[in-house]
Ligand binder design. Structure first.
Ligand code: ATP
Length: 231
C-alpha cells in the first residue's frame, strides 16, 4: 500500500535520509519514532510530494510519487500537528469546502455524519472553527480524510499538544481507521500512544530506520526502553 525504496535526501552535504526502505500494508498503523531531526517529517513530506527525494522513490498502490505526484494526492490525506482550516468558517463549512476541492459534493446530512464519525459533537458542527480546541480541529482534519475516502493517511505529530482525553479520542479514531483497512503512517514522539495504537513501530536515528518491530511484542515500558537503548 505504502512503500519507500532507497529513499535518500541530501541538503548540500548533509544527509537527512539514508536509503530508507519502509513498507506499510493495508490496515497497518506504522508509528515512526525518533529524536528531533531524525528524518520523520522529511519522510512524510517526500511521500506527500512536498519535498523531492535526492534519489529513491515512494509508492502508494504501486504508483510512483516521482512519476505521478498529482495522482498520488487522490489516495492520500495529511494530518499535521496543527490542521490548517478556515477559522471564520464552521466545522461543517470547512469540511464542505475541502471535500469540494477534492472533487466530492456531499449533502449537509452526509457532512454531519462524517463529523460525527470522528466524534465531533453535533453542537459544534455549526460553530466557527476559530473557537475549536486543537482536538476538535484534528477531528475535522480526519473528517476531510474520510470525505476524500483516503486509503493512506500521513500523520505528523498528531497528538502533540492534545490533552490526555483528546489524545485518547484521537487514538481511538486512528485505531478505527486501521480497522477500516486504511493505512496509517504516523510520526510521533508519544511512545505510549504509539505502543497503544500502532501495529508496527519504526525508530529512526540520523536519517536511518534502525529498528522496525511489531508493536504487540512490546509493552509501552519495553518500547520506551528499546527507544532509549536505540537512540
Ligand atoms: P522533529 O521531531 O523535530 O519534527 P524530524 O525527525 O521530523 O524532527 P526532519 O524535520 O525530517 O526531522 O529533519 C531531518 C533533518 O533534516 C534535520 O537535521 C533538519 O535540520 C534537516 N533539514 C530539514 N529541512 C531542511 C532544509 N530545508 N535544509 C537543510 N536541512 C534541513
Amino acid at each position: 500500500m505504502l512503500k519507500t525504496i532507497n529513499l535518500h535526501k541530501k541538503y548540500n552535504d548533509f544527509t537527512a535520509l539514508h536509503s530508507l526502505n519502509l513498507e506499510v500494508k493495508k490496515g497497518e498503523i506504522f508509528a515512526l519514532l525518533g529524536q528531533n531531526g531524525a528524518g520523520k517529517s522529511t519522510t512524510i513530506n517526500i511521500i506527500l510530494g512536498l519535498i523531492k527525494a535526492t534519489s529513491g522513490d515512494a509508492f502508494i498502490h504501486d504508483i510512483s510519487v516521482n512519476d505521478h505526484p498529482q495522482k498520488i494526492k487522490q489516495h492520500l490525506a495529511y494530518i499535521p500537528e496543527t490542521v490548517l482550516l478556515y477559522p471564520h468558517l464552521t466545522g461543517i463549512e470547512n469540511l464542505d469546502f475541502f471535500s469540494k476541492i477534492a472533487g466530492f459534493n456531499y449533502q449537509k446530512e452526509e457532512l454531519s455524519a462524517l463529523l460525527l464519525r470522528t466524534g465531533l459533537q453535533e453542537t459544534a458542527h455549526h460553530k466557527a472553527l476559530g473557537g475549536y480546541s486543537k482536538g476538535m480541529r484534528q477531528k475535522v482534519g480526519i473528517a476531510i480524510a474520510l470525505a476524500k475516502d483516503a486509503k493512506v493517511l500521513l500523520l505528523d505529530e498528531p497528538t502533540s499538544g492534545l490533552d490526555p482525553i483528546a489524545t485518547a479520542e484521537f487514538t481511538e479514531i486512528v485505531r478505527q481507521l486501521g480497522k477500516e483497512d486504511r493505512t496509517v503512517l504516523m510520526a510521533t514522539h508519544d511512545i505510549f500512544n504509539a505502543a497503544s495504537v500502532a501495529t508496527h513501530i519504526g525508530i529512526m536515528k540520523q536519517g536511518e530506520l534502525v529498528q522496525h518491530v511489531p508493536s504487540k511484542a512490546f509493552t509501552a515500558q519495553e518500547l520506551q526502553e528499546l527507544y532509549l537503548k536505540t537512540i
